[in-house]
Design a protein around this ligand. Structure first.
Ligand code: FES
Length: 157
């Protein structure tokens, strides 16, 4: 019996769909992850008469968008939301990508601000060591005394 692999296939016509092995190789994403993205409705495939998946070439771009989002730490649920209006039969346009990129940039800015705030609070804790549930803003972020600055505020009154 002869086993054919993706490597054995003749070169593709430009609009010929891709096998899952080809998708995986060209995107660097594991086949299992492609299955998962498909289960989530982020990409779609058709089936051959032999029940093998085939992906339209524009799915490469969708997988690239997902890869970028993952690199940024954007949850897949947010990717779903960002491209909810784009039918799976077409690739996200330049404008749709730009809109998602702006949205994710705002998300990164929010995260950076949160990290900077935590860094300031942690800096205040260095040399303090009170670990007070009331005064330490890292332990009690909503506490009014903690928001006045690091350190045991009541002891300073
Ligand atoms: S250890 Fe955080 S304020 Fe004292």
């Amino acid at each position: 019996m002869t086993v054919h692999t993706d490597h054995d296939r003749a070169p593709h016509a430009p609009d010929e769909p891709l096998t899952i092995g080809e998708m995986s190789r060209r995107t660097g994403v594991a086949a299992s992850a492609l299955h998962f993205y498909e289960d989530l409705g982020l990409i779609a495939s058709t089936r051959t008469p032999g029940n093998q998946r085939r992906y339209a070439r524009h799915m490469l771009r969708r997988v690239s968008l997902i890869t970028v989002a993952k690199r940024l730490g954007i949850p897949l649920s947010d990717v779903q939301e960002a491209f909810a209006d784009v039918p799976l039969t077409q690739t996200p346009s330049h404008d749709e990508w730009a809109r998602a990129a702006r949205r994710w940039k705002r998300e990164l800015e929010k995260r950076r601000e949160g990290l900077e705030r935590l860094e300031r609070e942690l800096t205040g804790c260095i040399g303090c060591g009170c670990l007070s549930m009331k005064a330490c803003s890292l332990l009690n972020p909503d506490d009014a005394l903690g928001s006045q600055g690091a350190g045991p505020q009541r002891l300073q009154d």
